[in-house]
Write a protein that binds this ligand. Structure first.
Ligand code: FBP
Length: 265
């Protein structure tokens, strides 16, 4: 396992990834709530907030926009991804090689989605093996978007499934496991225990109200989670800076959701 505490991805043992791969994964519809976010520069500006330890984007966005932000933003290059136009069993195309991410894009960290439980799990795990071993050559932390889904899976976020997702990340050699929030602090604790030395961060999910969202993040941190990888709950807000101010307090200062909200409002 790579010691990642001294890498740009981690600050004081914690992680806050701002994800902006939604144009590929969900389509431009995710930018509709705040129409100017269709311009990646708008979201990169948000990513310059001190609380953000890295921004997760796909290769094309990194090539086109990251050169203007490399002094102010750490880059997490997402290696695979699939559009929402794909209607088959969950799968994710490898769109970027590790060498390209490290040498051409200037990535500080890498991201890879694994859909455990999909008919395509075997191929995806083999692709992850190649990427993870290559990442080691470049000393780059590997974040696994560990999202069980596909044929036969009854729930993609019940406690057993999320603990399994977290464990998959450890077993396959990820440094960080990004999992959906399983609903309770106890279930999150199970996932954290299952992940062992792999750090667990929760996925932001669709936009919810300030308190509900911050409360989940608070529960994640108190359960031993190391932070958050979030997209819509930041860039779909009219005031993304304010929610990042609050997230900084909850994640890095371990304040409660109430304290953080009081401080920023
Ligand atoms: P959100 O915080 O908006 O959920 O973003 C996190 C993320 O993992 C993105 O990287 C990705 O585009 C999206 O969620 C995928 O969501 P899903 O696969 O659940 O539709």
């Amino acid at each position: 396992m790579l010691p990642i505490d001294d890498t740009p991805l981690v600050r004081d043992g914690k992680i806050l990834i701002l994800a902006m791969d939604h144009g590929l994964e969900h389509g431009p519809v995710d930018f509709e709530p705040v129409p100017e976010t269709i311009d990646p520069e708008t979201v990169f500006e948000v990513g310059t907030h001190d609380a953000v330890t890295a921004m997760a984007v796909q290769k094309g966005v990194a090539e086109a926009y990251y050169p203007s932000y490399e002094d102010d933003v750490n880059l997490l290059a997402k290696l695979n991804g699939t559009s929402n136009l794909w209607r088959g069993e969950p799968d994710s195309a490898v769109n970027c090689s590790v060498d390209y991410a490290a040498e051409e894009l200037g990535a500080d960290a890498l991201g890879f989605t694994l859909y455990g439980g999909s008919n395509n799990e075997i191929e995806m795990a083999e692709e992850f093996r190649d990427a993870q071993e290559k990442a080691r050559e470049h000393d780059l932390p590997m974040v696994m978007w560990s999202y069980p889904r596909g044929q036969g899976l009854r729930s993609d976020r019940d406690p057993e499934t999320i603990a399994y997702a977290a464990r998959l990340a450890l077993e396959l050699g990820a440094d960080v496991a990004k999992v959906k929030y399983p609903g309770t602090p106890e279930a999150m604790e199970w996932a954290v225990d299952a992940a062992g030395k792999t750090k667990v961060v929760m996925s932001g999910g669709s936009k919810s109200d300030d308190y509900a969202f911050l409360k989940q993040v608070e529960e994640c941190i108190s359960a031993g989670g190391k932070g958050l990888a979030v997209g819509r709950n930041v860039f779909q807000r009219d005031n993304p800076v304010q929610i990042l101010d609050a997230l900084e307090k909850v994640i890095f200062e371990e304040q409660s959701a109430e304290q953080a909200l009081d401080a920023v409002q």
